[in-house]
Design a protein around this ligand. Structure first.
Ligand code: NAD
Length: 297
């Protein structure tokens, strides 16, 4: 069994991005600039945005963090997104999800300019991804593909079972795994909360992507010997042995599943750092594409 080490792979990819930024600036390009919007003070969201901003600093990107109170209106948030759309200095925009219940995430995501949609959530990005056209790929599934690529894991013809059908993880994951690319060419089954005989389906998987948001959902009796397991889940559970009183676990019962696997991602330090790599690669691409458009116009 080999651990797929997100910290290690992301450090490697970040070195490449850093060098690309240096080369880009040497050719007269400007620093990529990511603008992040955080609404409210959900501690998990604070931590995610914080690490994205920190990554920008370490890669030589500019970043702006806009923080708003939980009681802002949807109209105000959309006007702020529009302001960033029009801001020539900004290359990429991310709105940290989840948003407060009174704000429609779809309305806000739809307001982001597709040219700055570095999370890859906009319908234009997702539509292009579905058609196999160049675009910003959703950061988490993109990061997982980068991880498979880094370890040279051949998934050609494998049966991949994705559990969870969210628009940001599960559903786009099925598309990337099944595309005619390397890595890719997998045969994919998507399971969700209404799936019947889920255990029997998962037992057939050569590769499992767990994106459910329920601690220890995937247990050892669901996993075929030699399977590859990618755990996307981030769940905080009580743990009296920790100073904080809690710790993070994935959607997979790691201790019991890992001995069965050929490869497995841990939580933390698995998919999480890869998501940031996906975001950073998209932001650099956005900066380069914007520069090309300005030269062309
Ligand atoms: P979501 O809540 O939008 O979707 C969860 C999915 O799980 C749903 O599609 C639902 O159908 C499915 N599901 C729920 N109960 C089920 C059941 N009993 N059987 C089968 N399917 C079931 O969640 P999401 O945004 O896709 O996130 C999933 C998890 O991944 C969360 O823990 C989230 O925190 C984590 N996440 C991690 C990263 C990362 O970078 N590591 C990024 C995004 C999300």
């Amino acid at each position: 069994m080999q651990i797929l080490d997100g910290t290690l792979v992301s450090a490697h990819i970040k070195e490449q991005i850093k060098q690309e930024v240096i080369d880009w600036q040497a050719q007269g390009g400007k620093k990529p600039h990511l603008a992040a919007i955080l609404v409210g003070n959900n501690p998990a969201s604070e931590a995610y945005v914080g690490s994205k901003v920190k990554s920008c600093e370490s890669l030589g990107f500019d970043s702006t963090l806009l923080r708003f109170n939980e009681d802002i209106t949807e109209a105000f948030l959309i006007s702020e997104v529009n302001r960033l759309n029009d801001d020539e200095a900004v290359d990429g925009i991310l709105v940290q999800l989840p948003l407060p219940r009174h704000i429609s995430p779809d309305a806000v995501i739809n307001a982001i300019s597709p040219a700055k949609d570095v999370d890859g959530f906009h319908p234009i990005s997702q539509g292009k991804m579905m058609l196999g056209q160049p675009t910003f790929l959703p950061a988490t599934p993109y990061g997982i593909m980068l991880m498979l690529e880094h370890y040279n894991i051949n998934i050609d013809g494998l049966h991949c079972v994705v559990i969870g059908r969210s628009n940001i993880v599960g559903t786009p994951m099925t598309i990337l795994l099944s595309r005619n690319t390397t890595p890719g060419n997998a045969t994919v089954t998507l399971c969700h909360s209404r799936t019947k005989k889920l255990k029997e389906i998962v037992q057939q998987a050569d590769l499992i992507v767990a994106a459910i948001g329920k601690p220890y959902f995937v247990t050892a009796d669901m996993v075929k010997k030699g399977a590859i397991v990618i755990d996307v889940g981030i769940n905080r559970i009580d743990d009296a042995t920790k100073k904080s009183g809690s710790r993070l676990v994935g959607d997979v019962d790691f201790d019991n599943v890992a001995p069965l696997c050929s490869y497995i991602t841990p939580v933390p330090k698995g998919v999480g750092p890869m998501t940031i790599c996906g975001l950073m690669k998209n932001t650099l691409l956005a900066a380069k594409q914007k520069a090309q458009v300005s030269v062309g116009s």
